[in-house]
Design a protein. Sequence first.
Length: 462
Amino acid sequence: MLSPFWGRCKRAWLDLLRIERLSLFAAFLVAATFALVVTLVTTGFGVEGPLWQLGLLAAFALWAERNHVRITSNAEMTVSVLPVLFSAVVFGPIDAMIVGAIGLLGDFRAPHVRWVIWTSMRALGGGLAGVTAAAILTGEARFGVLVVAVAAAAVTEATCDAFLGAATVALRGSGSARSFLGSMRPIMTATVPLYTPLIALLAYAYHGLEVWSVLFFFAPAFAAQRFYRLYQEEREASRQLEKANLSFAAALVAALDARDRYTAGHSAAVAVYARDIAERIGLSPAEQQLAHLAGLVHDIGKVGLPPGLLEKPGSLTLEERRIMEEHSAIGERILANVEGYAEIAKIVRNHHERVDGNGYPDRLVDEEIPMISKIICVADAYNAMTSGRPYRDAMPTRVARMRLAQAVGSQFDTTVVAAFEAILATSGDQYLSGLRADFALEAQRHPVLTDVALRPAAASFA
């Protein structure tokens, strides 16, 4: 009777603690913003641009924020950073802070701490971008120098945004800072080179055209907004394909689990472990997804084994073991006939290879084995050891971890085992035993997809 009550109390306490942390973080950002303004004023910076031009740029930033492109359930992409960077390069850091802050006035709503964090982040990013540009633009504003100044300002703003965004995600408990920063890297690489020459060209033209340069700013910015919307549509199509792949893989695993009740849930657990190991060793998000899918279907070849072999309550004979070892090749043949599963089929074929060359079916050696196959090999072995079977009890997790370590360099890859051990060393009992809620097969059908906050073009954390 008391368990649900204490569970609700614990959740309420964690929510309160999260809100408290965010409030303190918001206060820190406000103080940092105020300190930056004071420092800028005391060192000679001020509002340099004509007020009506700043108002025009701020109005565009406000429009861009109101016409954001939804990327995930709690991340948005806009082009509001463009007028901020233009102001930082052409007018100065304080002007950029003003334009950035005004652009977020339309988001002033509860919870207000969220708006404070967004506004402070935007102001800090714009101010630091302006300082960076000013440090480079010390003489005549030649076009080449402007390009360098814009690029440096853009990188400064994006870096500030990325690290503060990662801190926000971590404090909210909605994801890991490391994953967030990893997702930001390809976005920065794609967007900074995209708008750097545009802003540099407009800034160069401003010295000769002034008013018209500010007005010309809107056409390419609208084009960039359209580009982001097309990106969002392509991303949505990719997410739908990912869901279809997961549903198909889960259906295959359900068929296997229906035949062998003693391994029910094994594939789902291996998928989670494989995905986490892939993230730990620094594989890309696409490779992490591939590890997850391959982990789900790694044993699908067992559906092609003779009746009674999987269900046998005791140890296998030598001949039975030889037949059992055919399941990885059978799995490859099954998956090779599925459109888009060619790479997964290869991974599944090689997930029982050993780094010393004594695995099966191809006796591959170390570098010949795909990295994701090595990952699944470790995840598979660990979950098999820590799961009960009719002929033996589940092995204690500490013993299973010791056996993984003992087989490094012979059966398992050193990097993979080290990464998995680092994960296990900081995990709770439910994760260690594969009993956490997200290890269930149904959870694999509808995973909580990582929220990628695309901040180089401004994003919000809902």
